[in-house]
Design a binder for this molecule. Structure first.
Ligand code: HSE
Length: 440
């Protein structure tokens, strides 16, 4: 960052959406305290947004408003740029040009960091600038700072989190209030939790962006979004929430990056968590990240995962770091190429990942079927913890079978599921969820 004087740090903000307004409001509300802690005043001098007509919950009288972001990026009197428009373009060009102009950048753009972080961090490094991205993962929770700085002494075993506030808000409301999917999605949108395209939330893409970033931090691997296994929450059936509950589990949308003997697994999907798991009771828009590391042992970080002020808190935390450590040598090293000394650890295909599992399917009420199922599980050497038949709750003819397996390779389970599904008296496709145990 080039500082022009010892006066205020001059900031340009691009994007006046939920987080942009939150950032301006929190900066203005806590201005004196922030200045005291940072040692300099922080002044947002210009704000760019394509839409300058919509009424917003923020006082814009003191800033220069423009619909031309390049007037901020190319303004030699602006020290730091905050990018809060999201998406790939034009955000990527805005950030790269800001860095080339010697301005450090703060962003909440997880999609961009997950997909183009390697290029962005290379350009930042070439220009002795910093890119702060704490707000990109888990809203208010300082998980990036914690993992990169506070846990620097540790070898990390896994990081497992609930990192999409919208999905967690929706699953909680669907479970506790029996509300339907569309109603709770609308609620999450109106509260400012959801992405511009909420499919990013419910299909798991947003969580995959976040776990891409956390995996790179935890294991020193390149940012490689394309290698993440992703499933969303659209297909979760309420009957499985009920069955899981009766077996001692909660269904959550989980993102996980873990070091295993055969490589690194990076995956996002609904999972059954034993009720005593630290993530099982994380509800609503709350996010939580559970880290296991060799020196500290288990650690749980939790807090608001989305929303204007919580995310603004992370944006301003990064801004403060940039102001305090404006010399390139003072920075935390960039992610990606500059931090790849541990490459050689490959990211595993999902087929090679081991998990415990929950299976559910319906069968005809006839003797011998369960024995056939048991035979398939045995011939594939799948260890089981629990097999149970229940009368159908609908009162119809037939029975539901619930199976809990112990840890088994994904490809082995998929093969067995195919064999079970083709048994003559199995009436429904096999529903499957992975189970995340606390100690695995
Ligand atoms: N749509 C995101 C979420 C916003 O619901 O978690 C915060 O990244």
């Amino acid at each position: 960052m080039k500082t022009k004087s010892l006066g205020p740090v001059r900031v340009g903000l691009i994007g006046l959406g939920t987080i942009g307004c939150g950032t301006l409001n929190v900066l203005s509300r806590n201005r004196d305290e922030i200045s005291r802690r940072v040692g300099r005043d922080i002044e947002v001098v210009a704000v760019a947004d394509l839409d300058l007509t919509t009424e917003r919950p923020v006082d814009l009288r003191q800033v220069k408003l423009t619909d031309d972001a390049s007037s901020i990026i190319n303004d030699a009197d602006i020290d730091v740029v905050i990018e809060l428009i999201g998406g790939i373009e034009p955000a990527k060009s805005f950030i790269l040009q800001s860095l080339r102009n010697g301005k450090s950048v703060v962003t909440a753009n997880k999609e961009l960091i997950a997909q183009h972080g390697e290029e962005i961090f290379r350009v930042a490094s070439e220009n002795s600038c910093t890119v702060g991205f704490e707000a990109a993962v888990a809203g208010s929770i300082p998980v990036i700072k914690t993992m990169r700085e506070a846990l620097v002494a540790n070898s990390i075993g896994h990081v497992t989190g609930i990192v999409n506030g919208t999905c967690n808000y929706m699953l909680t409301a669907m479970t506790e209030q029996q509300l339907n999917f569309d109603v709770v999605l609308e609620e999450a949108q109106s509260l400012g939790y959801a992405e511009a395209d909420p499919a990013f939330d419910v299909d798991g893409i947003d969580a995959a962006h976040k776990i891409t970033i956390l995996a790179s931090i935890a294991f020193g691997i390149p940012l490689d979004f394309g290698k993440v296994f992703v499933e969303g929450i659209r297909d979760i059936e309420m009957q499985d929430v009920g069955y899981a509950d009766s077996l001692g589990f909660a269904i959550k949308h989980v993102a996980r990056a873990a070091r295993t003997k055969s490589g690194i697994e990076v995956r996002v999907h609904p999972a059954l968590l034993p009720k005593e798991h630290p993530l099982a009771d994380v509800n609503g828009v709350t996010n939580a990240v559970f880290v296991e590391a060799d020196a500290v042992g288990p650690m749980l970080l939790s807090g608001a995962g989305a929303g204007a002020d919580p995310t603004a808190s992370s944006v301003i935390g990064d801004l403060a770091d940039i102001v305090r450590t404006s010399k390139a040598t003072d920075r935390v090293p960039h992610l990606g190429y500059a931090n790849n000394s541990e490459v050689g650890q490959k990211i595993l295909e999902i087929a090679e990942v081991e998990c415990a599992n929950y299976l559910r399917f319906e069968i005809e009420e006839e003797p011998g079927i369960l024995a056939d199922v048991g035979q398939i599980l045995a011939s594939n050497a799948i260890p089981t913890q629990h097999i149970e038949q229940r009368k159908l709750s609908s009162g119809e003819h037939g029975e539901t079978v619930l199976v809990l397996t112990r840890r088994i390779l994904d490809k082995t389970l998929v093969k067995a599921i195919g064999e079970i599904g083709s048994l003559r008296n199995v009436k429904t496709p096999v529903t499957r969820y992975r189970i995340e145990l606390q100690n695995s």
